[in-house]
Design a binder for this molecule. Structure first.
Ligand SMILES: O=C(O)CCC(=O)C(=O)O
Length: 315
């Protein structure tokens, strides 16, 4: 007999979603994200901004193809191999002013402030993409195996990956995730990932995060997720990761000085957006961390928005 106290509820097996421009973010959306480890924000980007970001993303990918460079770029094989395809570019906020302005999006940052806390800082900024040349499976994984007691630090989701979708992500070309795996212990994660990764593509217990261009998918870095191999389809996603400054300061993974640097980056993105004619009707994000976490104060002016992880790593 099914124990009604432990059986999955119907809402545990669907992707929670928020139509952010219609309802704003409600307490139930925040709770659903904290419980499920995943939340779709539908239609966050307006069509004009979506088109601008699509164009910026396209030119970064064109540059990768043209230069075959490995700087900040991950390829499926050595880039001089005829079958090689680029699949990831790092530090996209520094590479494109349009993406820097996207990183200052007030609606997105207000959701992050509600979930991460007032001291949020941006950590990773990348673009993960599938070109029509194809991309391999992204095996089942957690993003952050960085804290000894990871579920204690961020089971409820204060370290968050945000994927901004520039292309459709249908069931056969989307991220799949296992709701509530953000609370699993290491043994359960390892056993499940090993079992699912033993065959080319196994989605047992997972749900598809089907997305449309302009949608945004939030996932807790501890949520087990993966994506199938794909050929002949384009899917570009700009990823931003956010962490609480106090967690970064005390536990890493970056050195404490990284906090002030990335706060400067965030403030610059917000300022660049506020100064742009196309965003003149928006209320800019008001970045207001607690007083002990205003580490940008007194720092020299920024000359770059690119702070490589390996140059700022604590361990
Ligand atoms: O967008 C995707 O296909 C998944 C990306 C991902 O899981 C990762 O880069 O860790």
């Amino acid at each position: 007999m099914v124990n009604p106290n432990t059986a999955a509820r119907p809402e545990d097996t669907v992707l929670p979603e928020c139509h952010i421009r219609e309802t704003g973010v409600l307490p139930e959306h925040l709770t659903a994200f904290r419980r499920q480890g995943v939340l779709a924000l539908r239609g966050l980007l307006d069509p004009v901004e979506l088109e601008a970001v699509q164009e910026a993303a396209g030119s970064l990918i064109d540059d990768a193809w043209r230069t075959r460079s490995m700087t900040d770029t991950i390829w499926t094989q050595e880039p001089d191999h005829p079958d090689a395809a680029p699949v990831r570019i790092e530090y996209v906020v520094d590479k494109s002013p349009v993406i820097a302005r996207l990183a200052g999006h007030p609606l997105l940052l207000r959701v992050m402030e509600a979930l991460v806390g007032p001291n949020l800082i941006p950590t990773w900024d990348s673009m993960v993409f599938k070109t029509t040349a194809g991309a391999p499976r992204l095996s089942w994984h957690r993003d952050g195996e960085m804290y000894a007691d990871a579920v204690g630090v961020t089971g409820a989701g204060r370290v968050i990956d945000v994927g901004v979708y520039l292309d459709p992500a249908p069931e056969d070309n989307c991220v799949w995730c296992i709701p509530q795996s953000n609370y699993w212990d290491d043994d359960r994660i390892t056993a499940t990932a090993e079992r699912l990764n033993a065959s080319e593509w196994d989605t047992t217990g997972a749900i598809p995060a089907v997305m449309r261009p302009g949608d945004v998918l939030l996932h807790n870095i501890l949520t087990l997720h993966g994506a199938p191999a794909v050929q002949g389809k384009q899917r570009r996603v700009v990823y931003f990761e956010y962490r609480p400054a106090e967690v970064e300061w005390q536990l890493g993974p970056h050195v404490p000085e990284y906090v002030g640097r990335k706060q400067q980056v965030l403030r610059s993105c917000v300022e660049q957006r506020a100064a742009a004619h196309e965003h003149r009707d928006e209320e800019p994000f008001d970045y207001c961390p607690a007083e002990p976490f205003r580490h940008w104060v007194g720092r020299p002016d920024l000359t770059t928005l690119r702070f490589p992880h390996e140059e700022n790593w604590r361990w």
